[in-house]
Design a protein around this ligand. Structure first.
Ligand SMILES: [Zn+2]
Length: 768
């Protein structure tokens, strides 16, 4: 963080009762001293002149302060674009190691994995939007944060070996090959990962991705394993702890294999939360380890900090992965409050991969990335691990990078209902972790022992004597390449279907007091008042009567100005202040259907009566309010959630993750309207959380209608919608037993209709 800026502004902020860094979006400031505002100010005299003066006696009037803040915001946006950017780390030298002999076990780990990913990034013009950070070699000292010096010497010695010697040393490990360039590439892979961590933690960039080879998550203190030589991500976590003193790091391993190497390094360490889902098939799938199962929760002080979600069958897809995020990873991660997220970003969990044989399509990784970006103030470092179907791999890499760049997400495809086997795994992990996490404290389900996949699995195992290496299926030969071509074709048309032109402006705002415009993030486009005649024409097309009512007409003005731009895809999302939110919302919904939308999710926060026809499923109305509606009966399209906020703390995580998101993803809206009415039972932080997490849906098309003119709320929602940075969600508070009961009741009532709610087998049976 720029010390000069902070020091010059801090006293001023203090005068006005505002605190650094909140008031100045300090995450946009660069970290290095030499990049600071003070040293640049000579070139920007006109701005320097207007910088806050750090003396209390000459403290400017409040209005003046806001002008200055705006000047600073503009300055930062123009000059420190880097600080909000996405790093991409790639060097084609990491393609210089490859398999030199015949080995069906290892021949899928090819240099083309990097080349095709990078080519595809170029194809989508993503490379030029990222900040290029050069690679470096990891030092011996850094490698030894995880590996022994003996092992380091072995890897080093392979540099000068001939093919015969390389083969022999490779045979000492499981599913590994060495090449004379392996040592150099592996050192670059470590260095690239650490460069990414440095760039993100120092604030030079917001997030980023490192495309590296060889991968890392299987390698262990004394052993290479499963194509992995040095454990890039585990080294990065140790490095971040040592160098930056971080105390809570989340590692999300979405590769289809269990990263047992990472588990071994951190299983006794409560400062690193490791989450992995993996193809397991009752221990019949490589690496065939008992400790990959759900009940390996960590050891000693690390108990509860190792989350394994074993997949006991192949074919898991988008809804299974999302269900595991909603019901396992995200609740625990928000409770953990990580300071940094490292992603062991393997794409063999994607469709068409010969290793994983799963069905997740590339946009699924966009959604997973989006959720992680809401944690750790958005500090996400994705590091490539596996991924062996080149097209599937490269499209998924692109979806990840596009999301890190904060583009709106494509709608997720496929039926939104997790399969029985996925729900069984989720239930087991939740039950195993119940003692360690408050978010699971009231979980009623217990571990299942008779899994639906077990008997069939055992029979197959006896019949075929499943091979013990990761690429057993390779032996099938031609059918695999036919499958691969089929996936190529599928992905070619699928990507065309889901990708869409990004609107030129992310967020628009129509607010009552235009004088408050300077309090919004700089990137938000402030809507000017609509021409009265224009408005009348627009309104009379739907409701001639309404035009006569001047007051109603005025309250519609802001809402229509923004909604119209969203529908015409001139902006992604927006906020509108309206004095009569209920009339405006009713009208807005009508406008949506006249425009041709099929499904609108309408979430009302506060007390408000909307007269809507909810039978045809075109509207899903969710009302979050404090008052107990004794008479109410919830139906598929009309849901009431009684919620009372915990004073000063945010207990809404449980409702958003366990209920609202699963319902919203099951419904798959074309647009969302969030209405904040009077007597709202949620605070600013909870509303921001809701707004941020819902943005994965409907291509981020959200209209937030706010009735109370409360600038702090407007600001926070604007921040959430525009994505300039992750807003503050407030301190985590666990849900009370009463809260949990409310959610559970709703789940029982609705899981038959909204299948993403299922997180235990009881749910599945009653809901099937
Ligand atoms: Zn893998």
């Amino acid at each position: 963080m720029c010390v000069a800026v902070r020091d010059s502004c801090a006293p001023l902020l203090l005068c006005h009762g505002l605190s650094w860094p909140d008031s100045l979006d300090c995450d946009r400031f660069p970290a290095d001293e030499d990049m600071c505002l003070a040293s640049l100010s000579k070139e920007y005299k006109h701005i320097h002149k207007e910088l806050p003066k750090p003396i209390c006696q000459t403290c400017p009037a409040v209005e003046e302060f806001f002008t200055q803040k705006r000047v600073l915001d503009v300055f930062c946006a123009n000059n420190f674009a880097m600080a909000s950017g996405t790093a991409l780390i790639y060097d084609d030298e990491m393609t210089s190691c490859k398999l030199l002999w015949d080995d069906p076990e290892c021949d899928i780990e090819v240099p083309e994995r990097l080349l095709s990913s990078y080519e595809q990034l170029k194809h989508y013009h993503l490379v030029e939007r990222c900040i290029h950070v050069p690679v470096r070699e990891g030092t011996e000292e850094e490698i030894m944060l995880v590996h022994s010096s003996e092992y380091l010497e072995v890897v080093k010695s392979t540099q000068t070996m001939n093919e015969e010697e390389l083969r022999r040393v490779s045979e000492n490990y499981d599913a590994v090959y060495f090449h004379p360039n392996t040592y150099r590439c592996a050192k670059l892979a470590v260095g690239a990962t650490l460069q990414l961590v440095d760039s993100v933690i120092s604030g030079k960039v917001h997030n980023g991705m490192a495309l590296v080879r060889p991968p890392g998550h299987h390698s262990q203190r004394n052993a290479a394993n499963g194509f992995c030589v040095f454990n890039n991500v585990a080294i990065a976590a140790q490095y971040a702890k040592r160098r930056y003193g971080l105390q809570r790091i989340l590692i999300v391993d979405w590769d289809v294999h269990h990263g047992q190497g990472i588990q071994y390094v951190f299983e006794e360490d409560p400062s690193v939360l490791y989450y992995s889902w993996h193809r397991y098939e009752h221990q019949q799938f490589w690496p065939l380890l008992r400790e990959s199962d759900y009940d390996a929760v960590g050891q000693g002080k690390g108990k509860g900090f190792n989350l394994n979600v074993p997949w006991n069958k192949v074919g898991m897809g988008n809804s299974d992965y999302l269900a595991a995020f909603f019901h396992v990873l995200l609740p625990v991660a928000f409770e953990f409050v990580p300071e940094l997220i490292l992603v062991s970003s393997g794409y063999d969990s994607g469709i068409g991969d010969p290793e994983g044989q799963m069905n997740a399509t590339p946009e699924c990784f966009a959604h997973l990335t989006h959720f992680l970006m809401q944690l750790a103030n958005g500090r996400v470092c994705a590091v490539l691990e596996g991924g062996y179907h080149l097209k599937s791999l490269s499209e998924s890499v692109c979806m990840t990078v596009k999301t890190l760049l904060r583009d709106p997400l494509p709608q997720i495809s496929g039926e939104m209902a997790p399969c029985l086997s996925a729900v069984e795994s989720i239930q087991n992990v939740r039950a195993a972790h119940k003692p360690y996490w408050k978010c699971l404290m009231y979980e009623e389900a217990t571990p299942l022992h008779n899994l639906s996949t077990k008997s069939q699995q055992m029979m197959e195992a006896e019949l075929i004597q499943t091979s013990t290496h990761p690429t057993a299926k390779q032996a099938v030969g031609t059918t695999n390449s036919d499958e691969a071509i089929k996936t190529d074709r599928f992905l070619e048309s699928h990507m065309k279907k889901i990708l869409f032109p990004v609107p030129p402006v992310k967020t628009a705002a129509a607010i009552v007091s235009k004088a408050d415009a300077h309090l919004l993030p700089i990137s938000v486009q402030v809507e000017m008042e609509m021409n009265a005649q224009e408005l009348k024409t627009l309104v009379s097309a739907f409701d001639a009567e309404l035009v006569k009512e001047e007051k109603a007409l005025l309250s519609l003005q802001n809402v229509l100005a923004v909604l119209d731009k969203i529908l015409k895809k001139k902006v992604c999302n927006g906020i509108a202040e309206s004095s009569v939110a209920s009339v405006s919302t009713t009208f807005a919904l009508k406008h949506c259907f006249d425009f041709g939308l099929q499904r609108v999710l309408c979430i009302v926060v506060g007390d408000m009566d909307l007269e809507l026809d909810l039978d045809d499923g075109k509207i899903l109305l969710m009302n979050i309010c404090q008052k107990q509606q004794t008479e109410k009966t919830n139906s598929k399209y009309h849901i009431s959630l009684n919620w009372k906020e915990d004073a000063g703390r945010n207990n809404f995580f449980c409702a958003v993750l366990g209920f609202i998101l699963p319902v919203a993803y099951s419904y798959q809206p074309d647009l969302m309207i969030i209405v904040i009415g009077p007597n709202r039972s949620l605070g600013v932080n909870a509303i921001s959380l809701l707004t941020c997490l819902l943005q994965g849906l409907a291509e981020s098309r959200i209209l937030v209608v706010i009735q109370d003119t409360e600038i702090k709320l407007v600001q926070s929602v604007a921040k959430a919608l525009s994505g300039v940075s992750t807003p503050d969600f407030g301190a985590y508070a666990p849900a009370s037993q009463e809260n949990v009961f409310e959610i559970k009741q709703l789940k029982d009532q609705l899981q038959q209709e909204w299948k993403m709610l299922r997180c235990s087998v009881k749910d599945w049976i009653s809901g099937s």
